[in-house]
Ligand binder design. Structure first.
Ligand code: ADP
Ligand code: ADP
Length: 239
């Protein structure tokens, strides 16, 4: 059974922009899905609806049997704890160390802003360090986040998502700001860890060649609709 089931999802911004125009999508455990399509197609809106960073206009999103659209604050927190997010611009807290960014997780930004930090155990700390080492960041652990290169920052972003032990990761254009070499390292890390840990992944990508290299399945979106959903080798040049 699918871990994520999206039905007739619509999102309209303001009175005229229809960003999603009836999306149906099922995601199963262990799938590594590349979402491709031109700029403005609705890829980012789709991911943001799944985590309820924004509210859809219509439709339903069910995650592990729980309805996300209309979920209350407490239920939403529980759902979000199982969904890791990775952003194009990393969303790290510049003045915190790399390790602190991983430990304080996605709420780090808010926590830093409020001057309140989440608690973590010694075991959490060791696990975070092990993850950072695994992703080749042993030299960066105690550096401030803003001392890192883009590729290193995104690997921290991946560690932060993985540290959450999510069942699903949503990555919104994770390599759009990176050079080809960093992009390869970031995608290798994301892909390998998701596969190894059985984490389903939806990753928005611009580059079709990158999508084909990593994805078990490709979803093509155009003008807010799914125009392709299949295996990478089934994707023709017409997409
Ligand atoms: P993609 O990620 O595929 O580039 P987006 O989901 O960012 O596409 O955008 C889909 C459409 O929605 C575009 O027409 C975009 O201009 C519009 N859009 C995205 N975010 C907003 C917003 N916050 N307010 C108004 N329009 C938006
Ligand atoms: P809680 O549900 O714990 O009360 P909020 O509902 O106030 O927290 O909002 C926190 C949520 O905001 C996170 O769960 C996450 O999904 C989302 N979020 C939005 N932007 C970011 C970001 N830049 N980094 C991390 N999380 C973000």
């Amino acid at each position: 059974k699918p871990m994520l089931q999206i039905n007739s999802l619509k999102k309209q911004y303001g009175s005229s922009t229809v960003a999603l125009n009836g999306i149906d999508l099922e995601v199963h455990p262990n799938e590594f899905i590349a979402v491709i399509g031109p700029s403005g197609a609705g890829k980012s809106t789709l991911l943001r609806c799944i985590n309820r960073l924004i509210d859809p206009t219509e439709g339903s999103i069910s995650f592990q049997g729980q309805e996300i659209v209309g979920a209350g604050k407490k239920q939403l927190r529980q759902i979000r704890s199982q969904i890791g997010m990775i952003f194009q611009h990393y969303n790290l807290v510049d003045r915190l160390s790399v390790l602190e960014n991983v430990l304080h997780g996605r709420l780090g930004q808010m926590s830093a802003f409020n001057g309140v930090f989440s608690r973590y155990s010694e075991a959490d700390k060791l696990a975070a360090i092990a993850l950072l080492e695994k992703l080749g960041l042993e030299e960066q652990i105690y550096k401030r986040a803003d001392e890192l290169s883009g590729g290193q920052k995104q690997r921290v972003g991946i560690c932060r998502a993985l540290a959450q032990k999510p069942s699903l990761i949503l990555a919104d254009e994770p390599i759009a700001s990176l050079d080809p070499n960093s992009s390869r390292i970031v995608m290798d890390s994301l892909h390998a860890n998701c596969i190894e840990q059985g984490i389903a992944c939806l990753v928005n990508l611009h580059q079709v060649d990158v999508a084909k290299r990593y994805a078990t399945r490709i979803v093509g979106i155009k003008s807010g609709k799914v125009v392709f959903d299949g295996k990478p080798e089934e994707l023709t040049d017409r997409m």
